[in-house]
Design a protein around this ligand. Structure first.
Ligand code: MEV
Length: 439
């Protein structure tokens, strides 16, 4: 049955009701729904025994909020998006921007094949020209050897695809070669399989080049594994009191323009993109440091660090009327098998909630959420400024930090916002005032 992620008022529901909706959405049967609700009710969703098997010297688990972004329509499919993040306004911002994009047909995504790059660093090469020729001539041997390290991924039509050589003439230790193994990781993030293959290839690379292999490790600049998302926002959806939608769209394009040319702004602009990206990457148990590293390296690929997204205004972009057109492109090395994706129960839930069947589908959704988050941020910046929306949520955090109970948080934060005194000392006073009236 078709269902809509446009769940009006989700924000105002109590967490238990939000959980019920999410559990029903994620589960295939009523029994599964009960199990998912139980999982979501347990703090942190990760038992200490499981955590103890994931990393070393475990003493506890460390919980973060898991929110669900609504309104996403991605490639014609309604999606509820799990987001793990400590920062206020991100889940709300993504949901809001998804609603704007929905009015123009939602997000469209595209992904490349899941190709990762593994690097072998070769030093002390006696004859670079002949080494390159021998690598080229020995390519099939290298590919066969790489494929022998993971018959499972090969049986799933993944595995080694190509070998390339890059000559590096100038480095702090002199010339070297970087031999790249291009490897199709299918639905895995692929770090383990690529690293294993590189380690297995090293002796043969040494034999072919006559050099010495030092590093054997994947590159996080996964520029063969890209995800793209785009959207068309009808300008009328952007209208604000006193400002036409077309004007707001143009202000957003101006905001983007600085990030297109200036690294100082681009860093912050891209941080907004990554607010959305990382939250979903973490929620699905993927390696967000890898995604961060890849995104920022990709943003600097032409020598100047720039915006990962683009925004333009088309006066006839939607049904003959003005529209804001957005797109984002970035490396997206995420998996749906391996690592924490299948170990952390909440990561499994996140994948189930989005109904993703392949790593590429997940990559496309993450790119769409990054674009949505970027739109929410630059729309706010180009209109009211970011603080107005932030303050209410910030006040809630301050109230909690000052000791407000769940029942007191709303009242305390309302006072802080009204008085424009979003400070912990004032929050503590307000909590005492509320309590003294009660008892
Ligand atoms: C804050 O986490 C993110 C923003 O700074 C992004 C931006 O400036 O575009 C609001």
């Amino acid at each position: 049955m078709a269902r809509s992620s446009r769940i009006s008022g989700y924000y105002n529901l109590p967490p238990a009701e939000r959980r019920r909706i999410a559990a029903d959405w994620a589960a295939m049967t009523p029994e599964q729904s009960v199990a998912v609700e139980q999982l979501l009710s347990a703090p942190g969703g990760l038992a200490l025994e499981q955590a103890d098997k994931m990393v070393e010297n475990v003493v506890a688990t460390y919980a973060l909020p898991l929110g669900i972004a609504t309104n996403f329509l991605i490639d014609g499919r309604d999606v509820l998006v799990p987001m793990v993040i400590e920062e206020p306004s991100v889940v709300a911002g993504a949901s809001f921007a998804a609603r704007l994009a929905r009015a123009g047909g939602g997000f469209t995504t595209e992904t490349t094949e899941p190709l990762m790059i593994g690097q072998m660093q070769v030093l002390d090469v006696p004859d670079v020209g002949s080494a390159c020729e021998k690598i080229e001539a020995g390519k099939q041997r290298l590919l066969d050897l790489a494929n022998s390290t993971d018959p499972v991924v090969v049986s799933l039509h993944g595995g080694a695809r190509d070998v390339e050589v890059r000559e590096i003439w100038d480095s702090p230790v002199g010339p070297m070669l970087a031999v790249h193994l291009i490897y199709d990781c299918r639905d895995a993030m692929g770090a383990n399989m690529v690293n294993t293959a590189c380690e297995a290839l090293a002796p043969l690379v040494e034999e072919l080049t006559g050099g010495r292999v030092n590093l054997r490790i994947l590159s996080n600049l996964a520029d063969r594994r890209l995800a793209r998302a785009s959207c068309v926002v009808p300008a009328r959806e952007l209208a604000l009191e006193g400002k036409s939608g077309d004007l707001v769209a143009q202000r957003i394009v101006e905001a983007y323009a600085l990030a297109a040319v200036d690294p100082y702004r681009a860093a912050t602009h891209n941080k907004g993109v990554m607010n959305g990206v990382d939250a979903v990457v973490i929620a699905t148990g993927n390696d967000w440091r890898a995604i961060e590293a890849g995104a920022h390296a990709y943003a600097a690929r032409d020598g100047l660090y720039r915006s990962l997204s683009t925004w333009s205004y088309d006066p006839q972009g939607f049904e003959g009327e003005g529209a804001l057109l957005g797109s984002v492109e970035l490396p997206m090395a995420v998996g749906i098998v391996g690592g924490a994706t299948r170990v952390h129960p909440l990561a499994k839930f996140g994948l189930q909630l989005m109904g993703v069947k392949t790593a590429r589908e997940l990559a496309g959704i993450i790119a769409a959420v990054g674009l949505a988050q970027n739109l929410a941020a630059i729309r706010a910046l180009a209109t009211d400024g970011i603080q107005k929306g932030h303050m209410a949520l910030h006040a809630r955090q301050i109230a909690i930090a000052a000791g407000a109970t769940a029942a007191e948080v709303d009242a305390v934060s309302a006072v802080l916002v009204a008085e424009r005194k979003i400070r912990q000392d004032r929050a503590a006073e307000v909590i005492s005032e509320i309590r003294s009236k009660k008892y």
